[in-house]
Design a protein around this ligand. Structure first.
Ligand code: TPP
Ligand code: MG
Length: 595
């Protein structure tokens, strides 16, 4: 858990009544006790008969505390909430999804967490595996051979334990692996018969502290010195600041390293805030794709320090094309430990003159100690101004960004989602929790769940969770909001509602142009109009506050201010901000975030 969020949050508690003395014990009681030993704060669930044994144990044996159940309205939201919680807190929680169908619903969220390298303990169930114990029909429907195969290619580990002691070990191993860098989701599948079997006594629980995840691997001997020598002697080093931790200490070490090297830093909107974007060394507005300004810096570089940069090969290709990569490359990452055959989320194979197999925040202090400070001319200060409220009436995304900046002045907010079309210069990030990064796997619909999970982690921290979300993203996952209202988790979702899957209109436009076909038709099969969907009503239907539709630019800042005030009073709130379809092409000619 990082030092910026409180370890315990106060949310609505649902306290079971009349708990019996534990005179009889069941397999799932032992499994529940083991989950408590792992110190999981919450289990986001969508219920199902396949884990009714475990559900009973969590409620009637553990008393619905440590872990507390969080009911979700969709299995995908359960995993997305756990994903968002880990992003903001750096602490793992669990998600329980019903046999096969629940897991099938949850798969996209598991994939997102996998690509985002975030730990989630996903629990599932099947069976009874013993066919003689199955109820007719439905238990057979609930039983599949090798259920873990559904998610094996995008989880770090999965298992179907056959006994209580095996379940203990599986849970310990799953938690340890999930939290070992590179982190990721794991899946433990609990046989219904094992859960529902009577047991004589609780086998003694494993010592979770002795199964905790190790610290980041350390780079091999000599590698730090090799990297430090390259950096100290560089004329124009550039830092690609990628995946990194949320703590103040790690943030400060990264800033100190950049300052010691006097090197421009490039950050990425796919990943959480890693470096202050208003620092004079922050080289270019961040994007999801390398921006022309960032590529220009790379072309001038003689040494590139890539700190767990997502898609290093692609970024270098953007700068150097088919030519050899001119600068020396120091590649700091242990991501290769989860590079496997099915998903290509590992991206291209980057060149590396020095390869430090460790995490960013393990490397930064070591490099800081080892480099000789580089003097000389400071790089041009490229500090850019944030978006301002717009004078015109058109509610563009830039106008929305300006309104957000105005309405949040003096407040500590955590941006839990950026919409496609967001331009990296619209808003500065000055703290590791100012922005928690994107979804990881480009799975639309994760925005609401990740936001609610992050808001859960941030409750009590004094920071206000604010999501800026596409309408497509909101609509695909909107029912995650109910979990926020039910459990009293405040958050603000500003839906950048262009009433379209606009990103894909741009794709149709490109194809039409290439093929010499009418661009005018790009909206067909993309626009969600006639009827416009009333997003504020979707919020109100779930007990949240709903504001809007807001249709004039001048009304955006007051609407956001009102939403923030409601959230500060404890509400979950959705603002339907009707933005005009279109991404910003004017901001220094830099492409906006798109897919
Ligand atoms: C689950 C899923 N379905 C479809 C897509 C393809 N896709 C990528 S971006 C996008 C549009 C998202 O719409 P919205 O959130 O409203 O953002 P906008 O494009 O309008 O800015 C779609 C459908 C996807 N990435 N994920
Ligand atoms: Mg849209």
């Amino acid at each position: 858990m990082n030092d910026n969020v409180r370890s315990e949050t106060i949310i609505r508690q649902e306290t079971p009544v009349g708990l019996p003395a534990a005179t009889s014990l069941w397999g799932s009681d032992a499994i529940a006790a083991c989950l408590r030993a792992l110190d999981l704060p919450y289990l986001a669930v969508n219920p199902g008969a396949s884990y009714r044994g475990l559900h009973d144990s969590l409620v009637n044996y553990l008393g619905n505390a440590r872990p507390q159940l969080l009911l979700t309205v969709h299995d995908e939201a359960a995993v997305a909430i756990a994903h968002g919680y880990a992003k903001a807190s750096e602490r793992m929680m669990g998600a329980v999804v019903h046999s096969n169908v629940g897991l099938m619903h949850a798969t996209m969220a598991v994939f997102n967490a996998w690509c985002d390298r975030q730990p989630v303990l996903v629990l599932g169930a099947t069976g009874p595996w013993d066919a003689a114990k199955r109820r007719p029909w439905i238990d057979w429907i609930h039983t599949v051979s090798d259920q873990g195969a559904l998610v094996r290619d995008y989880t770090k580990w999965d298992n179907q334990p056959a006994s209580v002691p095996a379940a203990y070990e599986a849970l310990m191993r799953a938690a340890q692996l999930a939290n070992t860098a590179p982190r990721g989701p794991v899946y433990v599948n609990l046989d219904a018969a094992l859960q529902e079997a009577p047991i004589d006594s609780l086998p003694s629980l494993p010592e979770a502290a002795r199964h905790r995840a190790p610290d980041s691997p350390r780079p091999g001997p000599g590698v730090v010195e090799e990297a430090a020598a390259l950096l100290s002697g560089a004329r124009r080093p550039v830092i690609l600041m990628g995946r990194a931790g949320r703590s103040d200490r790690a943030w400060q070490a990264r800033v100190a390293l950049a300052e010691a090297l006097n090197a421009p830093v490039i950050t990425d909107l796919k990943m959480a805030a890693a470096f202050p974007t208003d620092h004079p060394l922050h080289g270019a507005p961040p994007g999801s794709f390398p921006t022309p300004a960032a590529l220009g810096l790379l072309r001038e570089a003689d040494v590139v320090l890539a700190l767990d940069w997502c898609d290093l090969a692609g970024t270098l290709k953007g700068a150097f094309g088919a030519d050899p990569v001119a600068p020396k490359v120091i590649h700091v990452s242990c991501d290769a430990h989860v590079h496997r055959g099915w998903s290509m989320d590992y991206q291209g194979l980057p060149v590396a003159d020095v390869y430090m197999l460790c995490e960013t925040d393990a490397a930064a202090p070591l490099l800081l100690d080892a480099v000789s400070p580089r003097r000389g001319e400071r790089p041009r200060a490229p500090v850019y101004a944030e978006a301002l409220p717009q004078s015109g009436d058109a509610p563009t995304l830039r106008a929305l960004a300006g309104a957000l900046n105005e309405a949040t002045r003096g407040l500590e907010i955590t941006v839990t989602r950026m919409p496609l079309g967001w331009h990296g210069s619209y808003r500065h990030f000055r703290h590791p929790l100012d922005y928690i990064g994107a979804d990881g796997g480009a799975g639309v619909g994760s925005g609401p769940g990740i936001t609610v999970g992050a808001a859960l982690a941030l409750k009590g921290s004094g920071r206000i969770p604010v999501a800026l979300m596409g309408d497509g993203d909101f609509l695909m996952g909107a029912t995650a909001l109910w979990t926020a209202t039910h459990y009293r988790v405040p958050c603000l979702i500003v839906v950048c509602n262009n009433r379209a899957f606009y990103n894909d209109e741009l794709h149709q436009e490109r194809v039409a142009k290439t093929r010499g076909r009418p661009v005018e038709n790009k909206w067909i099969g993309q626009r969600m109009t006639d009827p416009d969907i009333d997003l504020a009503l979707i919020a109100r239907a779930q007990g949240a506050e709903g504001i809007g539709p807001v249709t004039h630019a001048a009304d955006l800042a007051p609407a956001i201010a009102k939403g923030l005030a409601l959230v500060q009073e404890g509400a979950a709130c959705v603002i339907d901000a009707r933005v005009v379809p279109g991404y910003d092409t004017e901001m220094s000619g830099v492409p906006t975030q798109r897919r």
